[in-house]
Write a protein that binds this ligand. Structure first.
Ligand code: 6GU
Length: 224
């Protein structure tokens, strides 16, 4: 999968994909992430990419021309399955969307800043608008990093143990059960006996019960 990201602060996107699972995905050639600096596509003086909004009001708007130049230039060499605008008024991102997007070949992400992007870009180029939650970030970059991470780890072959994504919270609509590792006893806190029993059927049953209990306590809205 290839993910191209248009940003006015591409430096913000260097570190998130340079470590851990994202690094491995890129090293294995399963995920390609390119950050494109929008300022390279403006024809305005001093690399200007934003301007005052028509009708008045506080806050700058990202101009249509640099964005369209950048998008169309990238589209000359890539057919994108989705052109996604990261914006707080988009559809809230969830695991279902991550699963769906992980099956695509090419994604183009556009990070908004200031008051957002000129509506004409949204009308004519954007195929999906995504938010990562009901709060406002200074720009779309951190949201883009969240998307790429959530999607990237679902690409087949990225995780070492292919089953581990299947047992993540949300993957079956429930929160994950508690997990334990060595030592068996720390202070007087013992790992539940069932996990040491070697009875895999019983362990799975226990995990499912715990997942239901966790979900009922912390996120009852997820239960039918
Ligand atoms: Cl995608 N962008 C910004 N600027 N703020 C957000 C967001 C996105 N999602 C939640 N808050």
């Amino acid at each position: 999968m290839k993910i191209d990201i248009i940003s006015v602060v591409p430096d913000l996107l260097e570190s998130p994909f340079a470590h851990s699972i994202m690094k491995r995905a890129r090293d294995k050639g399963l995920l390609e992430v390119n950050c494109i600096n929008l300022r390279e596509y403006t024809t305005y003086a001093r690399a200007q990419v934003d301007d005052y909004q028509f009708g008045g009001g506080a806050g700058m708007v990202m101009m249509v021309e640099p964005l369209v130049n950048a998008i169309e230039s990238l589209q000359e060499s890539t057919v994108y399955d989705e052109v996604i605008y990261l914006t707080p008024d988009g559809k809230t991102f969830d695991q279902k969307m991550a699963n769906h997007l992980s099956l695509k070949n090419n994604l183009l992400l556009i990070c908004g800043h200031y008051k957002g992007i000129d509506q004409r870009v949204r009308d004519h180029f954007i195929t999906k608008e995504i938010s990562i939650g009901d709060y406002v970030l200074s720009g779309g970059e951190l949201a883009a990093a969240v998307l790429v991470d959530a999607i990237g780890r679902l690409i087949p072959g990225v995780l070492n143990d292919e089953t581990s994504a299947l047992t993540d919270s949300f993957q079956d609509g429930l929160l994950a059960p508690p997990v334990y590792t060595r030592p068996v006893i720390f202070r007087d806190w013992k790992v539940p006996d069932i996990l040491l029993s070697g009875n895999h059927a019983k362990i799975e049953e226990w995990r499912h019960e715990q997942a239901l209990k966790n979900t009922a306590e912390k996120r009852p809205d997820l239960l039918p």
